[in-house]
Ligand binder design. Structure first.
Ligand code: PLP
Length: 357
């Protein structure tokens, strides 16, 4: 029996995608073998690689002057790859809105003169700084920010106001809402939340930024090399790329990102409305900055939080335990979480509140 899986990542995948992958696991397209058993240079896999790339371009409306790369090392590898590829003047500013933004900043500091332009750390990352107030240094190569904060459940709704190149980590929100790619120099995202199993990371980079890497940049981290080789410089993570292609097909059939955004907003609204109307559950994030992907909440006590996690698991609503740095609960409601899952969670929350008030 399948459960409703609210894990933050790796996370739930669309059922039709899993069924398709299962069906093709012994024989992909009449080859008599699975996609994981064949050469990445052969026609069948090259076709998958090309289709995944083309579908992502279509779904995100990615302009021609951007390169789409499928790389390895997770989003964390990008914390180093970004400065190594983009620093020209040697300076970049970071906005700190959560643990991953902090990690990106700390990694970046190894390669250049990095500064914190704004941070909500003192308020436990419960808000996104006001973009009208945040000022950046002159002569910086880029501004880095985390579009959606997976652990703390916040999201940017406005872009930093600067002429500098914008770099953003969209690991936990890529394809969940429409974004204008042309506003960014670079977008990166680990796949294991909204796209595929862990193992592949998406990098969308404006082509004029290619080829400006530091001399010491490892070959595997060079965007220009990955671009020239259609992300096939070395053996790629074939299975995650294949599942990405299936998820992109599924998303297109669902009506694309615009339609998915509508569903995501509806799911998030249902959950936040319920939490806000209850005197039992609390979400601490500033209302305007709330994530539509990750919804952290607490009950009146840590004991009740632990009981909630135990009993919800028994009710087949799993992985609701909050991140170790926040405690409490967190419901990750990515694209693949059906609306029925959110309704079932709310019903459970109502029942739990009645029994424990
Ligand atoms: C926003 C964000 N950035 C970066 C990471 C790190 O990703 P990875 O584990 O793929 O390196 C995560 C992982 O959860 C994340 O949510």
């Amino acid at each position: 029996m399948r459960v409703f899986n609210f894990a933050a990542g790796p996370s739930t995948l669309p059922l039709p995608v899993l069924e398709q992958a299962q069906k093709e696991l012994l024989d992909f397209n009449g080859t008599g073998m699975s996609i994981t058993e064949m050469s990445h240079r052969g026609k069948p896999f090259m076709a998958v690689n090309d289709e995944a790339n083309a579908l992502l371009r279509e779904l995100m409306n990615i302009p021609e002057n951007y390169s789409v790369l499928f790389v390895q090392g997770g989003a964390s590898q990008q914390f180093a790859a970004v400065p190594m590829n983009l620093l020209q003047k040697g300076k970049a500013d970071y906005i700190l809105t959560g643990n991953f933004a902090q990690k990106a900043y700390e990694e970046g500091c190894k390669y250049g003169d990095m500064a914190v332009a704004a941070s909500s750390k003192d308020a436990n990352y419960t808000f996104i700084p006001d973009m009208n107030q945040v000022k950046f240094r002159d002569d910086i190569d880029y501004v880095h920010f985390t579009y959606n904060n997976t652990i703390f459940g916040s999201r940017f709704t406005e872009l930093p106001k600067t002429d500098a190149t914008l770099v953003t980590d969209m690991s936990s929100c890529i394809l969940s809402e429409e974004v204008d790619v042309s506003k960014f120099g670079l977008i990166y995202a680990g796949a294991q939340k909204n796209i595929a199993p862990a193992g592949v990371t998406i990098v969308i980079v404006r082509k004029d930024l290619l080829g400006k890497h530091m001399a010491i940049t490892p070959t595997m981290l060079r965007y220009d090399i990955q671009d020239k080789n259609d992300s096939l410089y070395n053996t790629p993570p074939c299975f995650p790329i294949y599942v990405s292609m299936l998820v992109f097909r599924w998303l297109k059939a669902m009506g694309g990102v615009k339609a998915m955004q509508k569903i995501n907003e509806e799911k998030a609204k249902m959950l936040y409305d319920f939490i806000d109307n209850s005197s039992f559950y609390t979400n601490k994030v500033a209302v305007k900055d709330r994530s539509i992907m990750n919804v952290p909440f607490v009950s009146p006590s840590e004991e009740l939080d632990a009981k909630f996690v135990k009993e919800s698991t028994a009710a087949c609503l799993v992985s609701l335990k909050g991140h170790r740095v926040t405690g409490g609960m967190r419901a990750s409601i990515y694209n693949a979480m059906p609306i029925e899952g959110v309704k079932a969670l709310i019903e459970f929350m109502k029942k739990f509140e009645m029994e424990n008030k």
